[in-house]
Design a protein around this ligand. Structure first.
Ligand code: NDP
Length: 258
């Protein structure tokens, strides 16, 4: 299927690692012009090498409204419009209600909400300039299936799901807004957790295998970053032209609802 990305401008926040990087690479392979942001300079440099000179790779903390506005100005000068905005930047927080203090709650709510709000506000004028613009929010299955060991992330993810559903209505019919709901995907976050594992004697296969069994993932493994990336490309493309306000679960079947 031709997804119609040739010469379209796609912006991926958090495009320097994991799912965001995999998405940027797939978009570039489909002929899109790709702009990505992140904070860590080493990851930004590595991404410049991976994506090549055709891509715009810029330092931008999505929690800093001025930096996000500057990123949008740079994309406008470089690409003129934004056909696809992938709001992906972020990370999860492992904590229970008992171990989450007020500052941690504020930090988590700020990350999940403002990584959407700042970016959508700054890029909306550029989306309006595109022929068939779309936003894809990278969200978590925790939004609809909360876990007590990730209480703040779960609550924040539910709020983001509500926010993006509202925007699908407010921005219609001009801009489509959809989300993907992730289970466990082997990205930078999980690689860092593996590196910090309690039992350093455990091999990668043993540790990931145990994780998949503990989480009772029907497909018996974590996802690879390219797997959600393919779902993002579909939802963001003209091939999904009649889909807005929807969410696509990419979890290996781990949800419990119908
Ligand atoms: P990675 O850690 O591999 O990638 C996260 C990316 O986001 C990096 O490029 C990171 O770059 C960037 N980032 C983080 N915070 C900011 C910020 N404030 N401003 C700009 N960029 C930022 O993780 P994943 O690929 O797993 O994560 C992608 C998204 O998927 C996240 O929102 C995550 O919460 C979500 N998710 C992932 C799941 C999984 O199992 N992998 C499950 C559920 C949700 P840098 O740190 O250099 O800024």
């Amino acid at each position: 299927m031709n997804l119609g990305y040739e010469n379209r401008v796609a912006v991926v926040t958090g495009g320097t690692s994991g799912i965001g990087l995999a998405t940027a690479k797939l978009l570039a392979a489909e002929g899109a012009r790709v702009a990505v942001c992140g904070r860590d300079e080493a990851r930004l440099d590595a991404t410049r090498k991976t994506l090549g000179e055709a891509a715009l790779v810029m330092r931008c903390d999505v929690l800093d409204a001025a930096e996000v506005a500057a990123f949008a100005v740079a994309v406008a000068a470089w690409g003129g419009a934004c056909d696809l905005l992938v709001n992906n930047a972020g990370q999860g927080r492992v904590s229970t209600f008992g171990t989450t203090d007020d500052s941690a709650w504020r930090e988590e709510l700020e990350l999940k909400f403002f990584s959407q709000i700042h970016v959508i506000r700054a890029f909306r004028p550029l989306l309006e300039k595109a022929a068939a613009p779309a936003i894809v929010g990278v969200n978590s299955l925790l939004a609809v299936q909360p876990e007590k060991h990730m209480v703040a992330t779960s609550a924040a993810r539910a709020g983001v799901q509500s926010l993006l559903k509202s925007l699908a209505t407010e921005f219609a019919p001009r801009i489509r807004v959809n989300t993907i709901l992730l289970g466990l995907v082997d990205s930078g976050q999980w690689q860092r957790r593996f590196a910090a594992r309690e039992d350093q004697a455990m091999t990668r296969d043993e540790w990931y295998g145990r994780l998949a069994r503990e989480k009772a993932i029907p497909l018996q493994r974590l996802g690879e970053p390219e797997e959600p990336a393919r779902a993002i490309l579909f939802l963001g493309s003209p091939a999904a032209s009649y889909i807005t306000g929807a969410s696509l679960e990419v979890s290996g079947g781990v949800s419990r609802h119908i």
